[in-house]
Structure formats: structure tokens, C-alpha cells
Design a protein around this ligand. Structure first.
Ligand code: PLP
Length: 445
């Protein structure tokens, strides 16, 4: 490849045209944080400064950065065949990938529908749920239930069941017939719990109240993240997910776990469903599927749901849904190479080995100024800071930004600092991350 076709990782001459997603554009462009390269646990910015990746990119680079095997698989595939359709056509890789994926999925979730992102996985899952009931002649089941503070991407389906106010309120055209369970953040009873909180399983019982209000025969599905990542690492109380499963099963309502963040090892098993012993009917994933290298999502569906579609004459399309790039060959190659790494290096369960160290390190920040809660499970955690009077979110943002200049990338949601390092992290990386964060929190007034 001639080098003039490789774009240099330098500061761009102008930054006006790119309207950045989920970003305070004007603030960012005054002092941009520009990443130029990445290897292992570290980014390097355009000025050559090393930045420890405390967030696996955006919860996706679980195997760390610069994995040659993924780059080679992508490069080989793109040269062999750049694209092939999967509508009434096919090519081998998504078939192979789907078989590999169901091997690591919870038992019974043996069918895989490919998408390009978490948002698309969510909308796909919601459509499968609605169409499933209809296919069975249960077409009054049209209501969907999400949860307050849930994040399910940015499609109209996802923002409708999602519960983060800012992502919803500017967009009036949401799905009708959606309700939200209460969120499970309870600082009063659960602050500074190590691992899953003790209190709050009864919050799942609100589902019973919604069933009484609407009638189970009108409810299609409940969708929750096993842990809410984007809202600031809000954990499921012990017994809560089990309770949701019992209630949904008793009433013929599908349970969807949105595992776009928790999938592929984040909480110490391939999926949170396995770690917490609750099998939903559908699981949505993306992000870690390809280690973030190429966009791709996958929706895992139970045999029972899939089979309900497989009726009528063989020449009929069973499900009128799909994306041009569903099962894209290059993405599938990236995913296969990623799975090889995850399995060879034991990364899908490694978060459990590191969990105790991670927990102790995070909770060492408990006595720092303005820290009002610390939450952790697997290799994910959050430090919840008190808001400044009249200026919510500013302390969290200042800490996030200063951490970057001090050499660590974390995330902030309001005044919550969230972290999810790559699953290849060693103890010294955890030490470095916590040391920088602690130092910055101490100085943030
Ligand atoms: C639980 C969950 N669902 C869906 C999404 C949306 O994924 P994407 O940004 O790939 O559309 C995210 C993204 O963070 C997520 O955390």
C-alpha cells in the first residue's frame, strides 16, 4: 500500500466540519483531546503523550489495542472479498461466526441476527419481540417496558425504552405504549457496597403493578441492561434480575438483556446472564464483539422465538428486517479473530480474576473529598462524586478532563466517573489508573 493513501495522525487543519456525537462541540474544540495511536493498554495522543485506557475505548476494546491478529484478519478479508450481500445471498463468514458465538452464549440462545451497532441490535430485538407475538397470533402484545436511567442506544426504539432524560426529551416521536420500571440506584441504602447491592430486589415487583395496569396480554417485552453502564454503572440488586425473570416468564412476556456493554467478558463471564445466572429470551450485543475494530452487533435469540417465525411456505421471507451490512464479511472476520483472542487468552472470564484487586483499588478512594459512592463488579466500576451546588455535572467533567491531561482516560456521566479497562489489564495498570484518579479528585474542588 502506498503511504500517501494513509492519512497522517496529526492535528487537523480545521475542526469545524465534524459535528461530534454526544459531545459539547464548542467546549471540546477549544482544547481538543486527539488520540493518534494505540497499543495494548495505552493510547498516544497527537502530541505524543501516553494515555492509559481506563474505558476500553468506549466499553469495546476488551482485548486491548493494536491486536495484530484482528488487523491481519481484516486486511486479508478485505482483499479476498470486500463485500457480499446477505439478503437472499450469503457468504461463509457470518455462518461460521454465528456458530462460534452460540457456543459461548447462554444455553438455548442459539440463533444470531447481525447488525452494525448497539442501537441497531436494540431496535432489532424490539422488532423481533413484537413480530414474535404477532407470529403466534398474540398480536395484542405491543407494549414495551424499559427502565429509568436505561440506555439502549439512539434509535427511536432505543430512546423510547431508554430512560435517560436528555436522550429523549428533544424527540417527541417515540414509540407509543412504553413504560419504565424504576431504576435501582439507591445511595441511601447501598452506598459503598462492594459488588452487587443487597437492597432493591423488590423494585422488580413494579413490573407486577404494570401488568395489573395494562394486562399481561398487552405487554410484549421488558428490556433492561443487566447493569446500566452509560448512566454511571448502576448495578442490579441481588435477586433483582431473577425476580424480573420469574415475573416475565409467568406472564408470557419476553425478557431482553441489553448486553452491549456487559457482553464479551466485562463482568467475568461471556455474558452477564451467565455471571448472574439469569437467562433472558434475547440478548443484544455489539462493541466487544469485534474488540471495537470494525462496527458490528449481534442479537442472540432463543430457539423458541426463532422457530415461531419459521412457518408458512418456504419461499416467504420470515422477518422483514435487516441491514445492508448484516454479517459484513470484514466485520465477521474481525469478530472471529477477536473471539480467537478472547478464548485463547481466557479474557471472557479474566474479569473475575481481577475483580477483588479492582474492588480494593476502587474502594481505596472512598475517603477522598466529595466521593459519595463507589460501585464495582467484574472489571467495571464507578466513583460517584457529589454535585457542586447549582452546577451538576461540572465536577465530574473537570475530573474526567484533568485525568486525561494527567494520563488516564475515564468517562463521566454527570458527576459519576465510570471505568471499564480492557480485560488485558495488569495490576500495575489498575494502580496507575486509581493513582491518577485519586490525585485528580483530591485537587478538584
Ligand atoms: C447498553 C447499551 N445499549 C446500546 C448502546 C448503543 O450502542 P451503539 O452506540 O453502538 O449504537 C450502548 C452504547 O453505549 C449501550 O451501552
Amino acid at each position: 500500500m502506498s503511504s500517501d493513501r494513509i492519512y497522517p495522525a496529526q492535528r487537523p487543519e480545521s475542526m469545524d466540519a465534524f459535528w461530534m456525537p454526544f459531545t459539547a462541540n464548542r467546549q471540546y474544540k477549544q482544547r481538543p483531546r486527539l488520540l493518534a495511536s494505540a497499543e495494548g493498554m495505552y493510547y498516544v495522543d497527537v502530541d505524543g503523550r501516553q494515555v492509559l485506557d481506563g474505558t476500553a475505548g468506549l466499553w469495546c476494546c476488551n482485548a486491548g489495542h493494536g491486536r495484530r491478529e484482528i488487523a491481519e484478519a481484516v486486511s486479508t478479508q478485505i482483499q479476498q472479498m470486500d463485500f457480499a450481500p446477505t439478503f437472499q445471498m450469503g457468504h461463509p463468514l457470518p455462518f461460521t461466526l454465528a456458530e462460534r458465538l452460540v457456543e459461548i452464549a447462554p444455553a438455548g440462545l442459539n440463533r444470531v441476527f447481525f447488525t452494525n451497532s448497539g442501537s441497531e441490535s436494540v431496535d432489532t430485538a424490539l422488532k423481533i419481540a413484537l413480530a414474535y407475538h404477532r407470529a403466534r397470533g398474540d398480536s395484542s402484545r405491543t407494549r414495551l417496558i424499559g427502565r429509568e436511567l436505561g440506555y439502549h442506544g439512539v434509535g427511536f426504539g432505543g430512546i423510547s425504552v431508554g430512560g435517560m432524560a436528555n436522550n429523549r426529551k428533544a424527540f417527541s416521536a417515540q414509540l407509543p405504549g412504553v413504560d419504565h420500571l424504576p431504576h435501582t440506584l439507591d445511595l441511601g441504602r447501598n452506598a459503598f457496597t462492594r459488588g452487587l447491592p443487597q437492597h432493591g430486589a423488590e423494585l422488580a415487583d413494579s413490573l407486577e403493578r404494570m401488568i395489573q395496569l395494562h394486562g399481561a396480554e398487552n405487554i410484549a417485552a421488558v428490556i433492561v441492561e443487566p447493569l446500566s453502564g452509560s448512566a454511571g454503572v448502576i448495578l442490579p440488586p441481588l435477586g433483582y434480575l431473577q425476580r424480573l425473570r420469574e415475573i416475565t416468564r409467568a406472564h408470557g412476556i419476553l425478557l431482553i438483556f441489553d448486553e452491549v456493554i456487559t457482553g464479551y467478558g466485562r463482568v467475568g463471564e461471556p455474558f452477564a446472564a451467565q455471571r448472574w445466572g439469569v437467562t433472558p429470551d434475547i440478548i443484544t450485543t455489539a462493541k466487544g464483539l469485534t474488540n471495537g475494530a470494525i462496527p458490528m452487533g449481534a442479537v442472540f435469540v432463543s430457539d423458541a422465538i426463532h422457530d415461531a417465525f419459521m412457518h408458512g411456505p418456504d419461499n416467504l421471507i420470515e422477518f422483514f428486517h435487516g441491514y445492508t451490512y448484516s454479517g459484513h464479511p470484514v466485520a465477521a472476520a474481525a469478530a472471529l479473530a477477536t473471539l480467537d483472542i478472547y478464548q485463547r487468552d481466557g479474557l471472557l472470564t479474566r474479569a473475575q480474576d481481577l475483580e477483588q484487586y479492582w474492588e480494593d483499588a476502587l474502594h481505596s478512594l472512598g475517603d477522598h473529598p466529595n466521593v459519595i459512592d463507589i460501585r464495582n463488579t467484574g472489571l467495571v466500576g464507578a466513583v460517584h462524586l457529589a454535585s457542586r451546588d447549582g452546577a451538576p455535572g461540572t465536577r465530574g467533567y473537570d475530573v474526567f478532563e484533568e485525568c486525561f491531561w494527567q494520563g488516564a482516560m475515564v468517562r463521566c456521566t454527570g458527576d459519576i466517573i465510570a471505568m471499564s479497562p480492557p480485560l488485558i489489564a495488569e495490576k500495575e495498570h489498575i494502580d496507575q489508573l486509581i493513582e491518577i484518579l485519586g490525585r485528580v479528585i483530591n485537587k478538584a474542588n
